[in-house]
Design a protein around this ligand. Structure first.
Ligand code: SF4
Length: 641
């Protein structure tokens, strides 16, 4: 049987199910990655399950997301993480060594292996032909405990690349083009597999820019073949032994096809406030810019930094532009310094930050009030930067650098310079001392700061839900809407009671108090509820505030899994038009005594008397988690024996 590359990768890790589309399948992951912000819930869950050692071949913890040290909270989290990872057998990167996805690619990623990561952009590793999937903190905990990871076998989309990118039109424009065509919901239930002669023209860093931001299409993951470019890249990191060629069989059958001629691409830009709000750059040329941020796991590999340096070299950024750069890793910094690129960037007037997520997740470098910020990040969700009134545009590093010079959105192709010809070094400097090996000592007692609170207990679901609709929301509610990003909120992510006071802050500041007063409730939403990140606090907060169910037109994959893990019942309308039959404050009643996969339930609107048919997209296992009040309750029971 002829197989796609995706099918081959899934087969490598498959332990339950088949490749039949739409069926539930289980894989055993070869590797796991976690970062400090989401891993707090992972380790608190593992502690409450009393796991003494992880059961996976390779687990790596990064400390890159929550780095502000305005007080003790974040540093306390890091100390707790360092203690518990050492005890459990998890390798840990020193704080501030680099952004997890880039560091993992550089040091641990292996073509053909599978990676489950506690962050949505784990999918970046698809750039070296890994099956890489982002999950929430609790699913990470289960993977670390050696449990099978389940998901629905996605459709496989062939993204056929031909031609070659023109000068100053870099890889970011390929994924912006994909987003322009299929939007932020277009990848749901699918894996994007890149093929065609254009693939050979892209290096690994460019490929991982594309797979990384593929997350914004809602796709389960994206994947590139492993070829000579992959081999050279691994060799530069002294890991050629990890190389194996991997590609689809000739004649493999795909469920859908997208064709992109790279030679015909032009610079694109995403307007506020969604990554698929894309127009040609030419539509917004001349727009005044207040801030430029070059960074994130999407766009600060070596090639990006060299390209920015090439544009800024010998120039000074515009006086009205505040520009900052977050490099991806220590290795990239060192190589950029050796090539003189850092000097070109610093002397042009760029502020250099640590190699961390930083401004990307609202943890620093927020724009000013009403500021227009041009960013190379993958997301421009409303309020994500920490400044609610900011207007964030997403673009390539080349557009960002050119615009910083002129103070207005500028096409880099109009500059009087040549594009760089990027070459990998023969060998990057050895940076393996970034990693600290675990001691695996059972005597370690992880030190907890006062802000670290245990996971609150969760009650089992009753046999009838009768609750008020506390929020009626539109389409595309993101995890940022539910659980705000920004330097004010990130340090309390390990303190659910405190964090819950800010639930849905971006939508309705009264929600936490209303939920508390009502003693629970239901949320109604439009399409793609929960799009964005793996942040499971976006499920835990509503659950903690008593939300029993969310009825939406559709859900984002990762958030759906998080809701099920934490005991919130996801329901969809059998007839989407029934969304109109529910208003805020209506009382809804549902019989939840017998939760069954694919069952159609009758929801009664007690306020209007109307009956509405709904069903749950959750699997039977997930419905069992919900009925038990959350997966943690079931796993505890199982471990007790
Ligand atoms: Fe970090 Fe931003 Fe990448 Fe998320 S998208 S991993 S916050 S750099």
């Amino acid at each position: 049987m002829k197989l796609t590359l995706t099918e081959k990768l899934i087969k490598n890790s498959l332990v339950e199910g088949s490749l039949e589309r739409g069926t539930r399948i289980g894989i055993k992951a070869d590797q796991a990655l976690m970062h400090d912000l989401n891993a707090m819930m992972t380790y608190l869950a593992l502690e409450s399950l009393e796991l003494d050692k992880v059961k996976i071949n390779l687990a790596v913890q990064y400390i890159d997301h929550n780095m502000m040290q305005a007080d003790f909270k974040n540093d306390d989290d890091h100390r707790y993480i360092q203690d518990i990872t050492s005890k459990l057998g998890i390798i840990t990167a020193r704080p501030g060594s680099g952004i997890c996805h880039q560091l993992h690619l550089e040091h641990w990623g292996i073509p053909g292996k599978s990676l489950i990561g506690g962050d949505s952009h784990t999918v970046a590793a698809g750039g070296i032909a890994m099956l890489s999937i982002g999950v929430g903190g609790f699913d990470s905990a289960m993977v670390l405990a050696g449990e099978t990871f389940y998901f629905t076998m996605p459709k496989i989309v062939k993204v056929e690349l031909t031609g070659k990118l023109p000068p100053f039109v870099s890889a970011k424009n390929i994924i912006l083009e994909v987003l322009r065509r299929i939007g932020v919901k277009g990848g749901v239930g699918k894996i994007l597999e890149y093929t065609g002669p254009g693939v050979k023209t892209l290096n690994v860093a460019e490929r991982s820019t594309i797979t990384n931001m593929g997350q914004e299409t809602g796709a389960t993951t994206s994947v590139f073949p492993s070829d000579e470019n992959t081999r050279q890249w691994l060799r530069a990191y002294n890991r050629e032994k990890d190389y194996q060629p991997l590609e689809a069989d000739d004649g493999a059958v795909y469920d859908e096809v997208i064709k992109i001629n790279l030679s015909a691409l032009e610079p694109l830009i995403a307007l506020p406030h969604l990554p698929d709000n894309i127009v040609p750059l030419s539509d917004v040329l001349g727009t005044k810019v207040d801030q430029v941020m070059i960074g994130s796991c999407t766009n600060t590999a070596l090639n990006d930094i060299l390209s920015v340096a090439n544009i800024l070299k010998g120039n000074t950024v515009h006086k009205d532009v505040d520009i900052g750069l977050y490099p991806s890793t220590r290795t990239v910094i060192r190589e950029s310094v050796m090539r003189g690129a850092y000097d070109d960037i610093v002397s042009a007037g760029v502020r250099i930050f640590e190699p961390i997520c930083g401004g990307c997740n609202g943890n620093g470098f927020a724009p000013k009030t009403d500021g227009i910020s041009l960013r190379t990040t993958p997301r421009n969700f409303y309020g994500r930067t920490g400044t609610k009134t900011a207007q964030v545009y997403l673009c390539s590093p080349e557009v960002a650098a050119a615009s910083a010079l002129y103070g207005v959105i500028t096409d880099p192709r109009t500059l009087d310079i040549d594009d760089i010809k990027y070459e990998l070094p023969e060998r990057f400097l050895d940076d393996s001392n970034i990693f600290v090996m675990p001691s695996l000592s059972p005597d370690i007692v992880p030190r907890r700061g006062p802000n670290i609170k245990p996971i609150p207990p969760m009650e089992a679901m009753e046999d009838t839900i009768k609750e008020k609709v506390l929020l009626k929301l539109d389409d595309d509610i993101t995890t940022d809407h539910i659980c705000p990003a920004g330097a004010k909120y990130l340090p309390i992510r390990s303190n659910i009671p405190e964090l819950s006071k800010h639930g849905f802050k971006m939508v309705d500041e009264t929600f936490p108090n209303r939920a508390k007063e009502a003693g629970g409730g239901i949320i109604v939403a439009g399409e793609n509820y929960g799009q964005g990140s793996s942040r499971e606090q976006a499920a835990i907060i509503p659950r903690y505030l008593g939300i029993k169910a969310v009825i939406a037109k559709s859900f984002a994959r990762l958030h759906l899994a998080n809701m099920c893990n934490w005991g919130i019942l996801p329901l969809t309308f059998v007839d989407r038009r029934d969304y109109e039959k529910i208003s805020s404050e209506d009382i809804l009643e549902l019989d939840t005594s017998n939760l069954k996969e694919n069952k159609i339930y009758t929801l009664v609107n007690k306020t209007t008397g109307e009956k509405i048919s709904v069903q749950s997209p959750a699997s039977q296992d997930e419905l069992n988690y919900i009925k038990a009040g959350g997966r943690i309750n079931l796993v505890k029971e199982k471990l007790k024996g």
